[in-house]
Design a binder for this molecule. Structure first.
Ligand SMILES: [Zn+2]
Length: 285
């Protein structure tokens, strides 16, 4: 390793309850999946990737970050779902220099999530009293890359992940990809914004991640202690293929959940699977 190379360290906020609709089946209790925030550090300076959600989560993240004794100058946001950027306001109370940055499309999606009445109400109702009064949005990157202590970081737009306009952050000097919600690791994948066709696009996005030849792959939702290895790319693709196949077999939400649990029962948070299955059945009409 070159002394100029960047280092990658990952913080994971464990799974926790949120204020969602009550369970309609076993494992359907409203839990929010475990989430990562990644510190990419040079000798003096560092950035974070994604922010976590609640004040308490961000405060714990900030305590962890302080242990590295770096100047936090930026927070890269991988995609527009609020759970990945709404913590920015609290994070900037800890690290005032940390400017939020994202691709222009991600900034627009984040703006939509903050301003659309039903979407913003969903987030506030899910974490009552735990979100900032006023959202701080990331600012658009000019171009697709930026530097940290002379090393290039590349924002790779892949379009489809668990939402539209998803990106990953490629850190060539660490052979790392910070995958946002394109890659999942040991956690049920949120497919409610997709159909079979967009899941194929998502699988292609994962191929694009593999083509970067990373040695380190950090998933936006990963179980505590799961290793950040490239194997999570293929495992995510297999999960999406299995989900589409099982949905096409025509059963109801409970049948989909049971069939997926037979194959992927070791993943965290079956609530996400229930939500995905219910949405798939509703889309089938
Ligand atoms: Zn997410």
């Amino acid at each position: 390793m070159d002394s100029n190379d960047l280092t990658v360290d990952v913080y994971v906020a464990p799974m926790r309850p949120f204020a969602g609709s009550p369970a309609r089946g076993p494992g359907d209790d409203p839990m929010w999946s475990p989430m990562s925030s990644t510190l990419i550090a040079g000798a003096e300076e560092a950035i974070l990737v994604d922010t976590l959600v609640t004040r308490d989560q961000v405060d714990s993240l900030a305590d962890w970050v302080r242990g590295f004794k770096k100047r936090i100058t930026g927070v890269y946001i991988t995609h527009g779902h609020q759970d990945h950027w709404i913590g920015l306001a609290r994070l900037q109370e800890h690290f005032p220099e940390a400017r939020g940055i994202a691709t222009a499309e991600v900034v627009e999606r984040a703006r939509f999530e903050a301003s659309d009445p039903s979407v913003s109400a969903y987030w506030k109702a899910s974490f009552p009293g735990e979100l900032p009064q006023t959202a701080v949005l990331p600012e658009p990157l000019s171009g697709t890359q930026f530097e940290l202590e002379g090393q290039i970081l590349r924002a790779v737009s892949l379009s489809q992940g668990d939402t539209e306009f998803s990106t990953v952050l490629h850190v060539p000097s660490a052979a790392a990809v910070i995958g946002g919600d394109v890659v999942y690791n040991g956690v049920h994948m949120m497919t409610a914004e997709t159909d079979e066709q967009s899941r194929e696009a998502w699988i292609s996005s994962l191929n694009a991640v593999a083509a970067l030849n990373p040695k380190v792959v950090v998933a936006g939702h990963k179980s505590v202690g799961a290793p950040d290895l490239p194997e999570s790319i293929g495992a995510s693709q297999q999960y999406l293929r299995d989900f589409s196949r099982i949905v096409n077999e025509g059963g109801g939400a409970e049948d989909i959940v049971n069939a997926m649990l037979e194959l992927h029962g070791d993943r965290d948070n079956p609530r996400t699977l229930w939500h995905s299955a219910r949405t798939a059945v509703a889309k089938r009409g």
